[in-house]
Design a binder for this molecule. Structure first.
Ligand SMILES: [Zn+2]
Length: 222
């Protein structure tokens, strides 16, 4: 899951829905949870739900969300405790993606972050398939399209032909298709393309240590 650096509030808000343009400008027009493009749609999700005492107008309590993640999550978390969050944790280190199992916590995680990663999957339903989605929940279809596009681009890259051109084109296709983590998974063995994609998705948290390894975010579970 793409870890997000949301930065400081762009402005003060008197209505939480006014934060939508600011969230899209800061981190791109993607659901923070399932990573589906939301473009002209999308919701300002109160990470800590209002009904459970979350702050209504606080930038730090906002994440851009698709309808399905927002609706599945609903008021089901009492607060942020016990879950990983893309604006707090280095969620890049927490999940693995695959067409068969969709998304799951990395097997190598310690017990606490592993449970918190699984709790976020359960809270948002981002591992739903066509079989267990209601007909209205189209996240699986968009996700499968992203896998198909990413794999086609990977095949094109593997031919070795026009890689300089593909290095420009692939991030553009990835950005319009969304599902950042799927692109990262498909191009796992091609760091130069991964880096080009990462740069196309604004303000992706990418703190690394002196050896280039991802580090745990300060104050986070991972
Ligand atoms: Zn979503």
């Amino acid at each position: 899951m793409r870890p997000l650096d949301k930065g400081i509030p762009p402005k003060d808000y008197s209505d939480h829905s006014d934060a939508k343009p600011g969230l899209k400008a800061r981190n791109g027009p993607f659901c923070a949870y399932c990573e589906m493009p939301v473009r002209d749609l999308g919701y300002v999700d109160h990470v800590h739900p209002l009904a459970n005492g979350g702050a209504e107008l606080d930038w730090s309590n906002f994440l851009l969300s698709c309808f399905f993640c927002n609706r599945t999550k609903w008021d089901n978390n009492q607060n942020r405790q016990g879950y990983l969050w893309p604006d707090i944790d280095n969620t890049d280190l927490a999940f693995e993606y695959n067409k068969q199992f969709i998304i799951k916590p990395l097997a190598t995680l310690a017990d606490e972050p592993k449970q918190a990663a699984q709790n976020l999957i359960n809270l948002t339903g981002i591992d739903r398939t066509a079989d267990d989605s209601s007909l209205k929940d189209t996240r699986w279809r968009n996700r499968n399209e992203a896998w198909a596009k990413a794999e086609a681009m990977y095949e094109a890259w593997q031919t070795g032909l026009n890689q300089p051109g593909l290095r420009i084109a692939i991030p553009e296709v990835a950005h319009s298709t969304g599902f950042y983590s799927i692109w990262m998974a498909v191009f796992a063995t091609v760091p130069e393309v991964q880096n080009a994609i990462r740069q196309k998705f604004p303000n992706t948290y990418q703190q690394v240590d002196e050896h280039g390894r991802r580090i745990v975010r300060p104050g986070a579970l991972i």
